[in-house]
Write a protein that binds this ligand. Structure first.
Ligand code: DX5
Ligand code: ZN
Length: 210
């Protein structure tokens, strides 16, 4: 069922004192993209980790990194996350009025550009960018914390993005982030998800992937 869907475990639920071990766990348990949540204490209340930590973890694995920037004004820091080792950079449409510039910066550096939507933000907010982005990340919980419950109406946005992609022949991957566990997984896959982010259920060993 999941042969064409990628698992992207989120380091947010890992043991921060052993991130090298965490990326090893990800590789051993079907993870193919490491999801790294950067929080700035403004866009969301918490602060997690930044460029120096990402650069250190970069030395511990050959898996690609998707850096999910929950930061205000991402245009001013995107390049530094690429310097630190990001392969994909995903920024929030709600955090910038320079979304096109963000996509351009990421592509000029030869990396994949992702754009994230908070639960209440409609797909129409990024309509103009859909032909150009490599990834649309649908937040299925409110950004800022692990271990929350999936908000059901967000799954309809996945379905809508999958419809647009099929009708227009666009290339972007669709990712879901938040509240994914063995019970919610079938519904997001059915809606057309390509990449599943999982933090707490993955690191608790509760996500049945195979
Ligand atoms: C929340 C983060 C998520 C988080 C998901 O703001 O973007 O990536 O790690 O955690 P779970 O899977 O526990 O909901
Ligand atoms: Zn995330």
């Amino acid at each position: 069922m999941k042969s064409n869907v990628m698992l992207s475990p989120s380091l947010l639920s890992a043991d921060f004192s052993n991130l090298a071990g965490a990326v090893g766990t990800i590789k051993e348990n079907s993870g193919s993209l490491v999801h790294i949540d950067v929080m700035d204490g403004h866009f969301v209340p918490q602060v997690t980790y930044g460029q120096p930590v990402i650069a250190s973890v970069r030395k511990c694995t050959d898996l690609p990194f998707d850096v999910h920037l929950m930061v205000e004004h991402p245009e001013s820091s995107i390049s530094s996350y690429i310097d630190a080792g990001a392969d994909w950079v995903t920024f929030h449409i709600e955090a910038t009025c320079h979304a096109d510039r963000c996509v351009q910066i990421i592509h000029e550096r030869g990396k994949k550009a992702g754009i994230a939507l908070c639960p209440a933000t409609p797909v129409s907010a990024i309509e103009t960018l859909l032909p150009f982005v490599d990834l649309v990340l649908v937040m299925t919980v409110n950004p800022g914390w692990g271990g929350q419950k999936l908000i059901p109406y967000t799954v309809e946005k996945v379905r809508k993005l999958a419809d647009i992609k099929r009708k227009e022949g666009f290339d972007y991957k669709i990712s879901v982030d938040g509240g994914i566990n063995s019970s919610t997984l079938p519904s997001v896959i059915d809606a057309g998800t390509d990449i599943v982010v999982s933090g707490s259920s993955f690191f608790k060993g509760e996500l049945k992937w195979e």
